[in-house]
Each structure stands twice: as C-alpha cells, then as structure tokens.
Ligand binder design. Structure first.
Ligand code: F6P
Length: 366
C-alpha cells in the first residue's frame, strides 16, 4: 500500500527533468498519494546540516504548476558525491569513498516514505539498483543529454541538445563560408558520439569525429582540401568531447577524484590546431559545452519526460520495483535495473544513421 513517495533528480541536469517531476506529482496526487522531492540529488538526506528547511520538499499541485517547459530541475541536482562513493573525511584528514546508501533506506523508513522515483543517468541507475537490493521500492527514469543509456530508444534531454547543436551549426555555416574558414565545433556526449553524429548530420557537417571511431587527422585535413579543390572553400567539423585519434588518448580537463568522474574537453582545440597546420586555412573553435544542457525541452523531450514520469508512478501502482522506465518506440516499457546498470550504449558501427552520414559524404576521419 503506497501513501507517500519521493522523487529525486541526479547527475548533470537535462531539459525535461521538470516535466518528469510534474508528471510524477500529478499522477501521485491522482492516486491520493503524497509526493515529496529530495533536494540536490541525495544531498538533502546525506548532508542535512546544509538544509535547515528540510531534506525534502512537498510537491503540491501548486509547486509543480507551469514547470513542464522549464529547463533545469526545481529540486536541484549534483554529479558529485554519489551515495555509493561518498567522499568522507577520515580522522587522519584523508578522504575515503564510503557507501552511504543504507542511510537513505533508513531515511525512507523513518519518514514513512514508501517508494522512490529516481531520475538520472548511469550513476543514478547504479544507486537505484543498490537501494533496490537493500529493500527500497524504486523505479528509475532514464535521463541524459548524452543518450548513452542502454535498453531505451532514447533519453529525454538528447533531442533538445541535438536541436540546439544543429541550430548552432546552421549559424556557423554562413560565417565559415564568408571567411573561407574551417570551424571546429566541440560537443558534449562523454564517451558516446550520439550528439555529434545526430547534430552533425542534421546540421550539414563535413566531418564528424566520435569516440566510437578513432580518427586520423590527416584524413580530416584531406576532406578540407578536397572541398577547397571543388571550390567549396569552408568546412565544418563536429568533434565529440570523447573523440580521440587512432592510437591516441581522450582529452581530460579534470581527472576523476573522490566522488566524481573525470571531466572531458579540449579535443576541439587539438583538432583545430592540427587542421590549421596541415591545411594552412584559418580555423576557429566553438565549444558548445553546457549550452547543450540548458533551455526549454523540445516537444519530443517534454512528451517523453511526461510519459516517463506518469509511467514510473503506474509502475509503483502495479507493484513493480527495481525497474527502469524505457522508451521501446513507440511504447513505454519497463526493464529490470540489473539489465541496464553499468552498461553504456555507444553508436553502433553498423547503424543506418552512421551509414547515412557516410553515404552523403561525411568523413569520420577513418
Ligand atoms: O552527462 C552529461 C554531461 O553534460 C556530459 O556530456 C559531460 O561530459 C558532463 O556531463 C559534464 O559534466 P559537468 O557538468 O560536471 O561539467
């Protein structure tokens, strides 16, 4: 019997989080359940001293009115301090990563919260899986602009990121052409090339470099020269932040440390410098970075997020736990958490999208 549920948002924010929160709160209310939002991932529970006003906020109908179209998350989020690897200071001053998921289970028992809807990416899925194994009733909702979660056709946030990157590429064509330059555009995506591939094709890029296909920069330079020979004196190169040369390494801005993963970035600059040197053409770099995570969710992401939120509540109502809501296009389905945890979905090398890019003349630098 469910009376009170909680929802949290974890990891990097993605457009659509507020739409999930709204759908969950409304669907719970419809069943006569109370709905609460945990602040800043699990920080509300794990660092209560930072939240004198309480670890959770009651999600009344008023609180979730008019938020479905807003970017970000009204609950706050964090991609640091996973409860599975929470950095704790030891008496000798050293930092040790500690599993604090037991404290979350205790909090739910103490506050008489019957279930958790956990919205997040790979890290959040691992946390949800651990909480489920400790006996908490949990349903996960997949979120990430990177689209790198397995067993779901897509995650909300991805379409918004791709749409924005495509608009940026459209704008860069005219300035690149006017100046006869090479424009290198670095996009997020972590270890997967989804954003680069989809935006690159939609935005008419001439080369796309993704982590799944290590590149040879000379091949990219040759594509630029080839266009010049045809009188097309400019080129657009999209580079995923996780892309790397054959036999080379990923560019890391910040190494992984206690409680957080490494931060990628910088490959755009490297590729641009190499292209300028090899082609003699003026080359500029644009790093889209966190702009890809901002703004209002597209209609596709908004709808996916609302469907995911409502489906998560239905799952709890049907007595399910330990599952992730998944988009098995065109339907929403449920997948066991053990089937999705710790698995990354990269761009399949035999995908028709990738083949489409090759067919229309886009180079992957291979
Ligand atoms: O996972 C989403 C994402 O935006 C990645 O594309 C990117 O590598 C990372 O998060 C950036 O994280 P941060 O917000 O810590 O810079």
């Amino acid at each position: 019997m469910i009376r009170r549920i909680a929802i949290n948002t974890g990891g990097g924010d993605a457009p659509g989080l507020n739409a999930v929160i709204r759908a969950v709160a409304l669907s719970a209310n419809k069943r006569g359940w109370e709905c609460y939002g945990i602040r800043d991932g699990f920080n509300g529970i794990l660092s209560p001293e930072r939240y004198p006003e309480g670890a959770v906020v009651r999600l009344t109908l008023d609180r979730v009115r008019g938020i479905a179209h807003l970017g970000g998350t009204i609950l706050g989020t964090t991609n640091k301090g996973s409860p599975l690897r929470f950095p704790m200071q030891m008496p000798d001053g050293s930092i040790r990563e500690t599993d604090r998921t037991g404290e979350i289970v205790d909090f739910f028992a103490r506050e008489k919260l019957d279930a958790l809807i956990s919205v997040g990416g790979d890290g959040s899925l691992a946390i949800a899986h651990a909480l489920h194994r400790k006996g908490l009733r949990v349903v996960s909702v997949p979120k990430t602009i990177d689209n790198d979660l397995d067993k779901t056709y897509t995650t909300f946030g991805f379409d918004t990121a791709v749409s924005f990157a495509t608009e940026c590429l459209d704008r860069l064509h005219s300035t690149a052409e006017s100046h006869q330059r090479v424009m290198v555009v670095e996009v997020m995506g972590r270890y997967a090339g989804w954003i680069a591939l989809h935006a690159g094709i939609a935005g008419g890029a001439h080369s796309i470099l993704i982590p799944e296909i290590p590149f040879d920069v000379e091949k990219v330079a040759e594509r630029v020269r080839g266009r010049d020979r045809l009188g097309r004196m400019y080129s657009i190169v999209v580079v995923a932040e996780g892309a790397h040369p054959v036999g080379g390494h990923r560019e890391v801005l910040e190494a992984a440390a206690a409680g957080h993963s490494e931060r990628l970035g910088g490959i755009g600059e490297r590729v641009a410098a190499a292209l300028q040197e090899r082609t003699g053409k003026e080359t500029r770099v644009v790093v889209l970075g966190h702009l890809l995570r901002g703004g209002s969710p597209t209609a596709f992401d908004r709808l996916a997020a609302l469907r995911f939120g409502a489906a998560a509540v239905r799952a709890l109502d049907q007595g399910r736990s330990g599952v992730m809501v998944s988009l098995a296009f065109p339907n929403v389905e449920y997948v066991a958490l053990e089937e999705v945890t710790g698995r990354m979905k990269g761009v399949p090398l035999d995908s028709d999208t990738l083949q489409t890019a090759r067919d229309i003349g886009i180079s992957f630098g291979d």
